[in-house]
Ligand binder design. Sequence first.
Ligand SMILES: [Zn+2]
Ligand SMILES: [Zn+2]
Length: 451
Amino acid sequence: MSAPHRLRLQPVPAPDIMRGTMKLTCSFLLGILAACAWAQTSSLTAEVETVYPDAHALYLDLHQTPELSSHEIQTATKVASKLRDLGYTVTEHVGGTGVVAILKNGAGPTVMLRTELDGLPVEEKTGLVYASKVHTKDDSGRDVPVMHACGHDLHMASLAATAAIMAHSKSAWHGTLVLIGQPAEETISGAKRMIEDGLMTRFPKPDIAVSMHVGNTLPAGQIGVGPGYRFSNADSLRITIYGKGGHGSMPNSTIDPIVIAARVVTTLQTIVSREVKPGEVAVITVGYIQAGTKNNIIPDHAELGLTVRSYKPEVRQQMLAAIDRMTKAEASAAGATQEPKIEHLEATDAVYNDPALAQRLQGVLESALGKDRVVRDEPGMASEDFSYFTAQGVPSFYFSLGGADPGKYAEAKAAGTTLPSNHSPLFAPDVDPALHMGIEAEVAALRNLLH
Ligand SMILES: [Zn+2]
Ligand SMILES: [Zn+2]
């Protein structure tokens, strides 16, 4: 266990006769400091143990019963009833299936902790005994598998356990704790809907908001923290390219939208490689192309789905303008008579950690969890609608929770490979160490912020 990092004992010159005593005193003090840090860490560990069996059971249940974005009906009910049983004042159906749970504990700041509720249309292939076998209909009526492939089940289990510890230790903090279960994070719509439904006006407005995300970029048992940008701006586009359909044997009588779409995909690659200033953060991915029904029919339209990522607003605008220009130019070059339709479906702003808050909490977490378990985290290119809460003028702290099996993590690192990421059918956090750490980190951060 490491001692609190701010405390350093400077050796001072002392007369010969005193040196023995001084050495003894110093080692005695160091011993006390180490013991204090150990006591702080071990008492937190002991508190987590008291709620862990419930948290683990909740995790297993949620993992096997995932629900798609905006359809988290059973999930929200389970989270709400856990929090209600703990004495929280719980409001359901906030912005759809959202849950808001409040625990008032005297005067003091208002701090919000958030979990997401939704799973993904992914078929779980982890082979775990508790793997999800759920299938459901998506919004378009298609049968789809469902999996907690992003780890939101672990976030919910951690939040429920944190809620229990906070409810059982009201002498260790004061203020107002606001816990939220946010729906539809994966479709970047739930945070916005909760805010539109009065999250910041019907309930106490948070002074600070906290959230975390589990992933395989860190071993389970560690957390990653850092100031500034954490996640990127994200824009989802749907492009429809219009051609002229006809017989596959007579391409001369058609304008082939598949060929135009293929050219668009290639041309878009030059935006990041040729137009955005080197060093700027920028990603353009075409995630799907859909066109046609049969091998000897040239369809009359093709559809592309894009995600566009950036940090800086000006880079974001540059890329969106270039996509518009290049797509229209490729259609025109092929003689298409109708301009492509470019729809901006979803967008979210970058997640940004308040630098002073991040620095403060890094120290707090290092003291509470052990310095070797808190590492500096690089910003990522994923995106999150947590930024909607920050945009309400709420400084935020978002940290990473290690989820990788430490042995597999070390092997992958040595081999220069990576473990299955979030959204993979193989994504499987190492639950015990990750969930323990999630709870410890959330409790430590909340107690400091509500002090
Ligand atoms: Zn996700
Ligand atoms: Zn996620």
